[in-house]
Ligand binder design. Sequence first.
Ligand SMILES: Cc1ncc(COP(=O)(O)O)c(C=O)c1O
Length: 424
Amino acid sequence: MSALLDSLLSASKADVLADSAKYWNPDKVRAWAARGTPLVIGRREGYHLYDMSGHRLIDLHLNGGTYNLGHRNPEIIAELKEALDHFDMGNHHFPAIGRAALAKKLVETAPANMRYAVLSSGGGEAIDIGLKCARYGTKRRKIVSIEKAYHGHTGLALGTADGRYADQFMSAGRPDEFVKVPFNDLAAMEAALASGDAACVIMETIPATYGFPMPADGYLPAVKALCEKYGSLYVADEVQTGLMRCGSGHLWGITGYGVTPDIIVTSKGLSGGLYPIGAVITNAAGGGWLNEDGWGHISTFGGSELGCVAALKTLEITLRPETIANVDAVAAKLRAGLDAIRARHPFFTGIRQRGVIFGLEFNGHPQGGKIVMRELYAKGIWAIFSQLDQRVLQFKPGLLLTPADCDEILERTAAGIAAAAASF
Ligand SMILES: Cc1ncc(COP(=O)(O)O)c(C=O)c1O
């Protein structure tokens, strides 16, 4: 082992916490301690995380789907290790083997209207690219998003976000440029679009940070129809809902609702959890600038060649028939088990679900999701509360879980929820 790695791996948890509090992010260190989840991830393997103390956790947070295929997926690691003998990040100004192959794969596996894929270094950057494409394609500035939206912390993305994220940096979008409407409210959406000056609507197919409220029947197709009526583009943020998480064989959650978007944004899981990358898949209108001014968006790390290898392998594994079938099996098994747990606990008030996306509602307490998070942590389950609706616990199982993994998840979840009863 190298001297550097040896010294890193011999650090104690107390040292890491002390240095993190001093040099990295004091508030985060304090907040996780106060919440009873003082995690510093040491070993990680498959769907298991180990706190540096040795405490083992099954990961049902997955960093929003980053670890869809597990931590340190051996197939992706093997591919990346070999790739390191041939590639580095590459030079973003030039065409490259990996970029060409990944862009082709993303366009070929997307709805037929899609024409180009623009590659980024992460999700926020990809959102900004998607919004720029919409502005380019329509020659309009206004961007419509939902209240309680979260699309990342970059410039335009932050303009679409809830004030919780934007205000301290004076980054809330100008109200004439960034309009927010309640989710599932078609009349408000039409009012925002009817003036005919909106470049786009940007929405997550199921808004993650808001606790995965499910779109009402017909809502998403109706929003798309309004976009068409008023000449706006539909930007689907599939950073959390894409890459098969919605199940039923839909690589992108939005197509499962019968909607063909104009622009799709992806990241997180596209990286295989091993090398950062994001992408925007766009139709010809949004991507027209790629034909006129190829330097219209420049990003040194965007579409790094190693990231492209990780993404190509990730897509290959995700699109296998056995993976597709497994997602639906995991979704059904966990749903049945969660229904049984819910029947025993009146404070477990509801289950929101689409595929392997779950929002567990604990409505009896304004921070119900946070309370249950702490109890589950003690029982060996890592699942995170929803920042913008803290009654809800996000519960995000991986695509490759086995039936035995599901049994263990349900057993530990049942114990954690039972332990939370006293707090309600
Ligand atoms: C739905 C959604 N969009 C965009 C982003 C931004 O991605 P990143 O953190 O890679 O910038 C996130 C991150 O959590 C997200 O959840």
